[in-house]
Write a protein that binds this ligand. Structure first.
Ligand code: GLA
Length: 796
């Protein structure tokens, strides 16, 4: 990488930001504005005449910046930043009530600094990078009339093709000013017939991919709930018209922020596309007094010429290396069992230990005690705020309980919802003022709870002490940090400007997380907000993984996890195997499919092990063995959303950095009769290297066949009868097994699989692919003598 340095070059007032495969170029104009020149495939550092937007004709109906320069009109330029009220009529990245009372601002270039590494010490979480990984460019702009200065901060991450941007405003005037909008990023690109891909969703339906061709006008993604929300994730991308999953130019954007976000993409009549992202200006107002500073969160950009998949992998790698806390970077995440779907609030120590014992026998590594362990928390109407262990449920307290788990070989994890309070709690009885509410207005409840006022220091201190004391009282190695309602009635008695509430709430949250978890880096934090209601880069700076969704139906998870995988790596997604039929969709799926979807993430189980048959338990044991063997790959490998020849089918792949190992999964959603031939399309293998591709052993549960079982049974069996049910507990049929040895180039040309079941009989040569069935295939590099290895369907 040294040879690629410097990453940031300034020549003739033109700035070149160079990553491994991309260049980002802008320059200072004769009037001091920053003109964006180019963002795309890496180019050499050379004069940019051929790249820049020409200004050779005068446009009618335009306001000139200077009478001496009749073609210089801000409205028709591609800019890095634009003020307002100075002739650019597109959306402005800033709305600031200036010292003169107007909203007119005009920032001009003063100077720049380049530093190695990226800055730390910010109230907001930022991506982390050391000197040999990244460089920072700080451009100082100033509105000379108002004496307000603006720094545009660019961090260039060479290896990941990522550039981050943020904005810092300093009030150097003698009056206070009001910031109503200050975006983290503004970028103008000439349109390339862009399609925008973003994620929309709801509770139990997060991460739904949607694609829109850019219209003239503005497309907005935003959240107003107080969190980044499951409605519209802050991440999105713009792909050129011809871009596919594997080819074409794609620009990805995200924001390191967990509160109300706002992203807007505006296409002008001149086909210039303005992209902005930052804190949502809706209801936002921030007072900046003389000498004070206001900083925006950090925006993250990436460019890939390898399609949407390339963009995803840039983000994945960047998040794993520069967002996730150092202790957890590349560190294995344990296989867990979570008590919630087994017990909800209704449990005692005996039941918990019984679950734990069985979990440990299956190879599970971490026991997570979810909601219900503290105060009067026997239902969701009471107890939030009182993190005193409930002695009726855990008589000896947390320490002896955790030690019992440790003796079984299990780590111990605990659920909290520290940002919330029930009115029926000791905390509320002593401190009703801690809850967010407006004097004279009845506050609204969500899941029977109010929100704690994190803008207040005493509330933050209370949470840090309460949670910290519990964490120090027992060997706790994991925390699930939940947040189960949107914010309403936003008001804090201590704020002079109530428009600051939402952002101060998030700053308060970040401060709390820093105070609790920085001194305890080895605790694995899993963030949750009714599932994926706060799935963002801000939370990922503290919690290496996030509970992706309360929906664990594997077929639903295919859409949710695949959607999120556009912008977030597998290592960030908590994914559990739960009971079937599924509690939200009533869909019946096999244990194999539930595992096959969940193993593309941080695997957990969340179901009553008492209710499983011996067959199920054996199967889970094998799943966990397989997961542990492939864990590094499944959590940190390069992820590919593979092509499939059939609709209703989804194929995924992870491959190791050295390309020696890969796992491919084929999921069928709804089966079709007379099925066509199925092919796998692995990617990114070494073309000349030889590999063995093997299907992972799948057992077929005989009950699944119903009356069809009579075709192979010597005695007549009633499909609904007790005999079949009993037999199902103990016997299963072997599934189809396939092994192919070939070079990477041959496998990538498409692996023709054995025929799928079509109603003409069962045999071990037929892949049983009914509704919601799936298979996983393991690909391993081999050398000559290995190719003679045994063909037993087992994983080596
Ligand atoms: C939320 C979470 C669940 C569970 C419950 C407990 O809904 O998403 O996983 O922790 O809270 O109340």
């Amino acid at each position: 990488m040294e040879g690629d340095r410097p990453l940031i070059i300034c020549k003739d007032k033109t700035f070149y930001l160079q990553t491994k495969n991309s260049s980002y170029i802008f320059r200072v104009t004769e009037h001091g504005h920053l003109e964006h020149i180019f963002y795309g495939t890496r180019l050499p550092v050379q004069p940019v005449d051929s790249l820049c937007l020409k200004r050779t004709a005068v446009y009618g109906s335009s306001v000139l910046y200077s009478q001496e320069d009749p073609t210089y009109c801000l409205d028709n330029m591609t800019l890095e930043w634009s003020g307002s009220g100075r002739g650019d009529y597109r959306h402005s990245p800033a709305e600031i009530r200036m010292p003169d009372g107007t909203f007119v601002s005009d920032f001009a270039y003063k100077h720049y600094v380049i530093k190695d590494g990226c800055p730390e010490n910010c109230e907001l979480p930022l991506a982390r990078g050391v000197a040999d990984e990244c460089q920072t460019l700080i451009i100082d702009l100033e509105d000379p009339i108002a004496r307000i200065s603006l720094q545009l901060v660019y961090c260039v991450y060479m290896a990941n093709d990522v550039i981050t941007r943020r904005t810092i405003l300093t009030n150097k005037s003698h009056k206070e000013i009001e910031v109503r909008k200050l975006m983290s990023l503004m970028l103008d690109l000439p349109d390339q017939r862009f399609r925008m891909t973003s994620l929309h969703g709801a509770w139990i339906r997060e991460g739904q991919r949607q694609e829109t061709r850019l219209p003239y006008g503005i497309l907005v993604l935003e959240s107003t709930t107080g969190a980044s929300s499951n409605r519209q994730n802050p991440a999105f991308c713009l792909a050129t018209e011809d871009a596919t999953e594997d080819s074409g130019h794609v620009y990805g954007f995200n924001l390191v922020y967990s509160g109300n976000h706002y992203s807007a993409v505006q296409k002008s009549e001149q086909n210039l596309v303005r992209i902005m992202t930052g804190i949502n200006p809706s209801g936002f107002s921030w007072t900046v007094k003389m000498g004070e500073v206001f900083s925006s969160p950090e925006a993250v950009l990436t460019f890939s010429s390898c399609g949407i998949g390339g963009m995803s992998r840039n983000f994945h790698d960047f998040i794993n290396r520069h967002i996730v806390a150092p202790y957890w970077q590349g560190r294995n995440r344990p296989v867990l069992i979570n008590s919630w779907e087994t017990f909800m609030f209704d449990y005692n120590q005996r039941g918990l230990l019984n679950l734990a014992r069985q979990a440990s026998d299956l190879g599970i590594e971490l026991f997570v005690l979810d909601d219900g362990w503290f105060g009067q928390r026997d239902h969701d109407k009471a107890g939030l705020g009182d993190y005193e262990v409930n002695r009726k449920k855990i008589p000896g307290g947390l320490k002896p309980f955790a030690e019992k788990l440790n003796n079984m070989g299990l780590q111990f994890g605990l659920w909290f919802e520290p940002e919330m309070i029930n009115q029926d709690s000791d905390l509320y009885r002593t401190h009703p003022d801690f809850a967010v509410k407006i004097p004279g207005r009845k506050p609204l409840l969500g899941r029977n709870q109010l929100v704690l006022d994190l803008t207040r220091e005493d509330v933050r201190d209370y949470i840090v002490t309460q949670v910290g004391d519990v964490l120090d009282s027992a060997p706790i190695s994991y925390v699930k940090w939940d947040m189960n309602r949107h914010i309403s009635d936003m008001y804090s008695p201590l704020l002079e400007n109530q428009g600051e509430f939402f952002h101060r709430y998030i700053l308060g949250l970040y401060e709390i997380l820093k105070r609790i978890f920085l001194p305890r880096p080895e605790i694995l934090l899993e963030s949750c907000s009714s599932g994926g209601n706060r799935f963002d880069l801000g939370m990922l700076c503290f919690s290496p993984q996030i509970w992706t969704s309360d929906n664990t139906d594997p077929i639903e998870r295919l859409r949710i996890q695949e959607g999120l995988s556009l912008f977030y790596p597998l290592s960030t997604m908590g994914a559990h195997v739960s009971a079937s039929p599924h509690q939200q969709t009533l869909r019946t799926t096999s244990l194999a499919t539930r595992f096959n979807a969940a193993c593309f993430g941080c695997l957990g189980y969340e179901l009553n092990l008492d209710q499983l048959s011996k067959q199920d338990k054996q199967e889970i044991k094998k799943q966990i063995e397989c997961y542990k063997e492939q864990r590094a790959l499944l959590q940190f490998g390069s992820f590919y959303r593979l092509r499939s020849d059939r609709t209703g089918q989804i194929q995924w792949q992870v491959i190791s950095a050295d390309k020696k190992n890969a796992v491919v999964a084929l999921f069928q959603t709804v089966a079709s009769s007379a099925p066509a031939f199925d092919r796998l399309y692995p990617q990114s293998l070494e073309p000349d290297q030889t590999y063995v591709l093997k299907s992972f052993e799948r057992k077929l549960r005989i009950r699944r066949f119903g009356g069809l079982v009579n075709h192979i049974s010597p005695v007549k069996i009633h499909p609904e009868g007790v005999v079949l049910r009993l037999a199902d507990q103990f016997y299963s049929l072997p599934g189809c097994h396939e092994t192919y040895t070939a070079t990477g180039s041959q496998l990538m040309a498409g692996v023709m699989l054995k025929n799928a079941f079509n109603g003409t009989g069962y045999s071990e040569q037929i892949r049983m692919m009914g509704d919601f069935d799936s298979d996983i295939y393991l690909i391993k590099e081999v050398n000559e003598h290995d190719t003679k290895e045994k063909d037993d369907g087992k994983i080596d």
